[in-house]
Write a protein that binds this ligand. Structure first.
Ligand code: ARG
Length: 591
């Protein structure tokens, strides 16, 4: 289905052309004075110069051409030369009727040229518990993946585990000190390694920080860890076996955590999966003359003439030949291109890594790891702060684990739900409802901000059922569900009923919001900006609640009018539910 704004623009364009003016002047926008009109065109003001005519004369002519057009109930020229437009109520009702007939997409057409887009998000580090720093990547990435998929693109989400480097050596070394008798440390061992890991996830999560602290105080320990890292990376069998255990135990735990967040990945690849691609990649960079030795290290220049600040060379190998975070990211691009040939790769990573990604992307382009038209996009997100404006911490001031954050919000939500006298539910339903609503609070609280900005995680505000919050959106959906249930219980049916032309201002306002659904989703995709969907559903929910407070729906006596309202409610609910699904959460039956 065409977007409503495009349909309006087509009519206005035709009117401009018929009056002898260039089409480029027929630009229509949402009105910035909704009290006066719904859409507006200011093109006559710009055209005035070219045609040496007073703008209002031009606007008058165009308005006259549009009068009688069934799309508009008003097309007025207003001095000094604005064209104010109002949609005809019957036309709008028909448009919505068509949206509703398309029960899965609500008239939002998929992209004409579907693309393959890989999305690198999550980025957890093996053996380290997820903390709030990982929350944003997971939430934003998941939403972008869902939006892209809805637009018809092939979206491939890759978690890109941090499973390489010194952290593995640290764990191995600490484990060796604790349990030297384990067969993994026997260098000459040639048998099978045990299937069962020699540690649990909680042990692993304790081993890593202990080892990390030790390495900072104890030089010999650090050396041993570096040696272990080296041996692991050069294929020592026992260490490879330990790495698989670390991975398995960690990934099982990570999957559980992500599942609780409604986040899932198509690929569970990690930094270690890129290692086999490094030697050939490095060799080629050397052979092609891009990589050279500078101060012992192998680097590729990535400066560009137009740079206003210094962009240092991208380091490929350290002076001891060891690979780096960069090397891994570049080699990851190699296998991604080889196996999936993406049109675009989007990285959802903390914005503090922006310079780093600039170097990596330029290096990849310059050394032809990607094709000329492959887009590498960095979507940097800001920090989640506490009420004190500093990075979010526990009450005691420590790093907040994700699990703890989620369970604290769940508990707060549970309290609110149990306190609510109007809806009585048993323990199990209350717990499950609290979980669903809490997730909406966390995700909407995050996604409603432009990703690149820092934001304040305010538990009280985010969990409120009023204002621009996830729970408010869910509350609106639940309200509609309850009206629909009551309507059904009256033994009535909407079979054959259609959405009727609006009979009130608030109904019209609701219908106008509904008609903008596809524009909102398309924009959110084009700008990789889930916050545009949040802004849209907030407006939509407000418009619905306004309409609801002003309209007797269940008490309406004319059954046709009533069935029309119900159809309108069903469409509103469908769109709200689709949008929250794109954001990565869902609504309960009641709350
Ligand atoms: N594991 C990294 C971190 O915790 C994030 C990974 C981001 N993705 C990437 N391709 N480098 O900082």
């Amino acid at each position: 289905m065409k977007k409503i704004l495009d349909l309006i623009t087509e009519e206005v364009t035709r009117a401009f052309a018929e009056c002898g003016y260039q089409e480029k002047y027929a630009k229509v926008t949402l009105s910035n004075r909704p009290d006066l009109c719904e859409y507006q065109c200011n093109g006559a003001l710009a055209a005035a110069k070219e045609y040496k005519k007073a703008p209002f004369l031009i606007a008058d002519e165009v308005a006259a051409k549009l009068s009688g057009n069934p799309m508009f109930s008003a097309a007025e020229s207003v001095k000094p030369g604005f064209l104010n437009l109002k949609l005809d109520n019957a036309y709008l009702a028909e448009y919505l009727q068509e949206m509703q007939a398309d029960s899965k997409r609500f008239g939002c057409s998929p992209a004409g040229h579907p693309q393959v887009i890989m999305i690198d998000y999550g980025g957890p580090n093996v053996a380290k518990p997820l903390h709030v720093g990982h929350l944003r990547s997971a939430i934003i990435g998941e939403s972008i993946k869902r939006i892209g998929r809805f637009m018809g693109h092939t979206m491939i989400g890759d978690v890109h585990l941090g499973d390489w480097g010194l952290q593995m050596g640290l764990i191995i070394t600490e484990l060796k000190e604790r349990q030297p008798e384990l067969v993994y440390f026997e260098e000459t061992y040639e048998g099978e390694y045990p299937a069962e890991a020699p540690f649990t996830i909680s042990e692993l999560e304790e081993i890593y920080p202990t080892a990390s602290t030790k390495s900072k105080e104890d030089e010999a320990f650090k050396e041993a860890a570096m040696q272990a890292t080296y041996e692991l990376q050069h294929g020592r069998n026992g260490y490879q076996a330990l790495l698989s255990h670390i991975l398995n135990v960690s990934v099982t735990d990570l999957k559980k955590n992500y599942e609780n967040l409604n986040v899932s990945f198509d690929l569970w690849k990690g930094e270690s999966d890129a290692q086999p691609y490094i030697p050939a990649m490095v060799q080629k960079m050397k052979d092609d003359g891009y990589a050279y030795i500078s101060e012992g290290a192998l680097v590729v220049d990535v400066k560009e003439e137009t740079d206003t600040k210094e962009i240092p060379p991208c380091m490929i190998l350290k002076s001891d030949g060891a690979s780096l975070y960069n090397t891994t990211d570049l080699a990851t691009i190699v296998w991604r291109m080889k196996e999936y040939h993406p049109d675009e790769i989007i990285y959802v990573v903390d914005k503090r890594q922006e310079l780093y990604f600039t170097q990596v992307f330029r290096c990849a382009a310059r050394t032809h790891l990607v094709e000329k038209d492959t887009r590498l996009k960095f979507l940097g997100f800001g920090t989640m702060n506490g009420k004190d404006g500093k990075p979010f911490k526990t009450r005691e001031g420590g790093v907040m684990r994700l699990e703890r954050l989620v369970s604290e919000i769940n508990a707060e939500m549970y309290r609110k739900i149990v306190e609510n006298e109007t809806v009585r539910m048993d323990e199990a339903e209350a717990r499950e409802t609290a979980r669903v609503v809490a997730l909406s609070a966390i995700k909407y609280g995050d996604l409603s901000n432009q990703a690149s900005k820092d934001y304040m995680f305010d538990v009280d505000r985010f969990t409120s059922f009023e204002g621009n919050t996830g729970p408010y959106i869910l509350y609106t959906i639940v309200r509609i569900k309850s009206i629909l249930a009551k309507y059904r219980s009256l033994g009535t049916t909407v079979a054959g009923a259609v959405i009727l032309p609006a009979k009130s201002e608030s109904e019209k306002a609701l219908m106008l919001e509904i008609s903008r659904f596809s524009a909102a989703v398309e924009m959110a995709f084009l700008e990789t900006a889930p916050h545009k969907i949040c802004a849209y559903i907030y407006e939509l929910a407000n418009a619905f609640n306004h309409f609801y407070h002003e309209t007797k729906i269940l008490a309406e006596e004319n059954s046709q009018v009533q069935a029309g309202y119900i159809r309108l409610l069903m469409l509103t609910k469908g769109i709200l539910e689709k949008c929250i699904d794109l954001l990565g959460f869902s609504a309960p039956e009641r709350m």
